[in-house]
Design a protein around this ligand. Structure first.
Ligand code: FAD
Length: 375
């Protein structure tokens, strides 16, 4: 066992127990009813999960990136939607990194106490992979700013209280703003009806002449792109762990099912072809976990190579999630195609992990850039 893993073994065990006891009984219902995970999220406060990365003096647990990844993996192993709701609470670490003490004291305790939830506001109808095409505008007015624009596909849209919004402040520069659900001029689109992650609300966030005081701007109004790039590096690792957890959950389910299911007078786990598939799935899960752990080690050490390895981890973990969940459905035969078995949900949940957080094509472009620059 690696040094890092040994350090977090007890933490992993307690998050796994919590996920099995508290999330598993509700996971299928959240997906079926397309409801936000209100109760599961509230239950996670007892373990301090929504406040995990925040500094202690603001009510947080000071859990480093590896603790965050362990939590993500164990939660999404059971309920990927609740895991996403919890990791969304970590978005305002950007306020800790780039905000003033007054900003931190105002908003972070709301998050660490579980009173408020948060969301990213990056993607737009015309600016998805090309984030720098964002057209939401922030114009300076008197002592503050006025925001206009629409953010698309926003996780926790309408459910979150705080939105970290990326907006154009000059022709070529961007700023990061804290927008509250209650700010006049903020409204939400209808909830999107999705293939998976159905226990996680997604909608447009519409800003129509939203007037904000200066205190809602984070740091320098022209450095938003740099702030976002730094924040996304960390969330890329968290979301790699989220995808890895979906894969690990599907592998657990496939091992259990193939052990119990009998055909031709014996457990199907005795058939060589089934064993080979299970072995391939385990290879994918274990190698993804190792690559992610290495990326976390680089992150903790402040090694600039983390950029390359975070993208590799994102591609590998999400491609593993898609491949392993698909195989898990296959190993369940016809039953895998029914809503009654969790692998059906896991396969639908896995798909988006290849799309969000920088699509896997964009990650491959970034990997190629890093390796060619190193030649
Ligand atoms: C369920 C869900 C939740 C989300 N949550 C959030 C959220 O909370 N906050 C937020 O800001 N965003 C969120 N997103 C948005 C997500 O990050 C974007 O969907 C993603 O970045 C891709 O953007 P796009 O959908 O506009 O696709 P596009 O950028 O239009 O891409 C379409 C296709 O073209 C490919 N492509 C694009 N450019 C290139 C290129 N240069 N080379 C090769 N291929 C390319 C892409 O890989 C993709 O396959 C969420 C999306 C979903 C589905």
């Amino acid at each position: 066992m690696s040094h890092l893993e040994a350090e977090y073994r007890d933490f992993r065990t307690s998050v796994r127990r919590f996920a099995n006891d508290e999330l598993a009984p509700r996971a299928a219902m959240l997906d079926r009813e397309q409801m936000p995970p209100v109760e599961s999220f509230a239950a996670s406060l007892s373990l301090g999960l929504p406040s995990l990365p925040y500094p202690q003096h603001l009510g947080g647990g000071e859990g480093d990136i590896y603790a965050q990844c362990v939590a993500m993996e164990e939660l999404s192993r059971v309920c990927a939607s609740t895991a996403l709701a919890i990791s969304s609470s970590w978005i305002l670490m950007a306020v800790v990194a780039f905000g003033t003490e007054a900003q931190q004291n105002e908003v972070i305790p709301q998050i660490t106490s579980g009173k408020a939830r948060c969301a990213w506001g990056l993607t737009e109808p015309k600016g998805g992979s090309d984030l720098m095409a964002a057209s939401t505008k922030a114009v300076q007015s008197g002592d503050g700013w006025v925001l206009n624009g629409t953010k698309r596909f926003i996780t926790n849209g309408g459910w979150a209280d705080w939105y970290l919004v990326f907006a154009r402040t000059t022709e070529k520069r961007f700023g990061l703003f804290l927008v509250n659900k209650a700010d006049p001029g903020v409204s939400f689109g209808a909830p999107e009806r999705k293939m998976g992650m159905r226990g996680s609300p997604t909608s447009d966030v519409i800003m129509d002449n939203v007037a904000l005081p200066e205190s809602r701007l984070l740091g320098d109004p022209e450095q938003g792109a740099r702030y976002i790039t730094e924040a996304l590096l960390k969330s890329r690792l968290q979301m790699s762990a989220h995808a890895l957890g979906i894969a690990a959950g599907a592998l657990d389910a496939a091992l259990r099912y193939t052990t119990e299911r009998e055909q031709f007078g014996q457990s199907i786990s005795k058939f060589q072809m089934i064993r080979a598939m299970a072995a391939e799935m385990a290879i994918k899960v274990e190698s993804s976990r190792s690559v992610l752990r290495h990326a976390c080690e680089l992150f903790i050490a402040g090694d600039p190579e983390v950029k390359l390895h975070a993208s590799i981890a994102k591609v590998l973990c999400s491609d593993t999630a898609m491949a392993v969940t698909t195989d898990a459905v296959q190993l369940h035969g016809g039953y895998g195609y029914l809503e009654d078995y969790a692998v059906e949900r896991m396969m639908r949940d896995a798909k988006v992990t290849q799309i969000w957080e920088g699509t896997n094509q964009i990650q491959r472009m970034m990997i190629a850039k890093e390796i060619y620059e190193a030649v």
